[in-house]
Unconditional design. Structure first.
Length: 425
């Protein structure tokens, strides 16, 4: 079945509805106008008979003509109507007109005290059929012209927003926001545009989640394979380096220490991959943030000292009234990642400030800050602007914070440097 068929059926129904509505309006309006002009013709016919009757009644009075049946017959042949003389019925009949079936009757009082009645069949004389009246033709023509203009305007009013919606539909769920969706107009069209925007946002969000899940699945397979291939050789290298460290000469001990340290670094990278690809359940327990920051500082002390970077803390005493619950080891990993990024962003030295306040923790540095691309795609795995970086540190940190129900955001400081803010729930 054609997927577009339901829409086509609805479109045809709308076209039929508009055609029927406009057609009914034109039909009713035309009938009403014809009825009006038909009544106008009848009124003119009565008025004509009244005028003619009045003239003849005055003629009878002024010339003192005999009011006999013979005179009525002669006068009737001249007028093309039936003329009768009757006795005064006690009611004034001067110009009185009435319809009796198809007959029009007009009566006038005479000076003799009698009445003269003129009768004529409706439509016999003086009445112009509606279709022959010039004013009726002009009125109907103008009405039909206005109806045509109205129908064109109505069709355009309805179809133009629908055309805009149709043009915007291919962009729903795409990389860019759909353009051309009506923001003004009939309430139904505006509501439909808003619904399409919400649908686009939902589709984009769902697509991003799917891509993220696909990356995690790929990363999981890679991490498992990498861990299997790398862990055993690295463990062997580290073990033999530690054995050599005990028996080698003092001048060679530094090299052995370097081998042990680099092997440990490789193991840490592999573990970071595994934690991101296969995150463990969060263990929610009370966490002492200042103590966690001190541990992270101590762990990264050699790197900071080597880079000429100082790390200081600013702790708001009020934070104690807002305790944090979370997984201690994973939060420690987040702090180490953020501090390590800050240290690496200042190869010529600088200062890192860790601010702890109620419901928030900030890490500020004096490096070059984030680029617009990095800010727009913050937390996306494998995105790194540092040479040699894998782009997993911030991605892992974001994953951990969000698993705790918190939010992490990146900004650039006005005076230079980057700021990473963690907001706790």
């Amino acid at each position: 079945m054609d997927k577009n068929r339901p829409f086509l059926i609805k479109s045809r129904s709308l076209s039929v509805w508009l055609a029927v509505g406009v057609g009914a309006f034109v039909l009713v309006g035309s009938l009403a106008m014809m009825g009006f002009f038909q009544n106008l013709s009848r009124a003119e016919e009565v008025a004509a008979l009244q005028s003619l009757g009045k003239t003849n009644a005055l003629f009878l009075d002024q010339n003192k003509l005999p009011q006999t049946d013979y005179m009525a017959g002669q006068l009737g042949r001249v007028m093309g109507a039936e003329v009768r003389f009757v006795e005064d019925g006690g009611k004034p009949a001067d110009g009185l007109a009435r319809r009796e079936g198809e007959m029009i009757r007009v009566g006038f009082a005479l000076q003799s005290g009698r009445e003269v009645w003129f009768s004529r069949k409706a439509g016999q004389q003086g009445a112009i059929p509606v279709w022959k009246r010039l004013d009726a033709r002009l009125a109907l023509g103008g009405f039909w012209a206005l109806s045509l203009v109205f129908s064109l305007w109505l069709g355009r009013k309805v179809t133009r927003p629908l055309a805009k919606l149709e043009a915007a539909l291919p962009g729903i769920g795409g990389d860019e926001a759909p353009r051309g969706l009506p923001e003004t107009g009939p309430r139904e069209i505006v509501s439909l545009s808003a619904a399409l925007r919400e649908t686009h946002a939902s589709l984009v969000e769902e697509r991003d989640r799917r891509r993220h899940a696909e990356r995690l699945a790929l990363l999981g397979r890679m991490a498992t394979s990498l861990a299997h291939e790398v862990r055993n050789p690295v463990s062997a290298i580290r073990l033999h380096a530690q054995l050599l460290e005990r028996v080698c000469a003092p001048t060679e001990r530094e090299s052995a220490n370097l081998i042990v340290g680099e092997a440990g670094r490789i193991e840490a990278l592999v573990n970071q991959w595994l934690r991101y690809a296969k995150p463990e359940p969060v263990k929610m327990l009370p966490v002492d943030l200042p103590e966690l920051v001190r541990e992270a500082r101590q762990s990264l002390g050699p790197q900071a000292q080597h880079a000429g970077v100082g790390i200081r803390e600013e702790i708001d005493p009020a934070w104690k009234n807002h305790p944090v619950n979370g997984d201690r080891e994973r939060l420690r990993q987040v702090l180490c990642n953020l501090l390590l990024n800050a240290i690496q962003s200042m190869p010529t030295g600088g200062a890192v400030t860790v601010r702890i306040s109620p419901g928030a923790l900030q890490v500020e540095d004096q490096g070059g800050g984030f680029s617009e691309k990095a800010l727009a795609r913050f937390g996306e795995p494998f995105l790194s602007e540092r040479e040699g970086g894998m782009g997993l540190g911030l991605a892992v940190s974001k994953e951990i914070i969000e698993s705790h129900g918190g939010k992490i955001a990146a900004t650039n400081l006005p005076g230079g440097g980057a700021c990473l803010r963690i907001a706790w729930p």
